[in-house]
Design a protein around this ligand. Sequence first.
Ligand SMILES: [Zn+2]
Length: 77
Amino acid sequence: MGKVLCVVIGHKYILTQKVSNNINEYCCCNCNREVTNDYSVKLEVLIAKMRDVNATLSSFLEKTKIAKKTNSLFINI
Ligand SMILES: [Zn+2]
């Protein structure tokens, strides 16, 4: 039923993962279709390769944030 609803009224995406300021992952709450956006804000079906890229990017950005916090602590001391 969910897929029929999506065909008629379109997908209803909810944010499932914030990867970066520009890239997020979404899931349709009706049919569970997973998508991600690229830098042009165009939604693409979330395939395993894109999930890996997003996970790597998210991990890299998290490490960068931690490094910045650590550096700022050293500066404040
Ligand atoms: Zn849907």
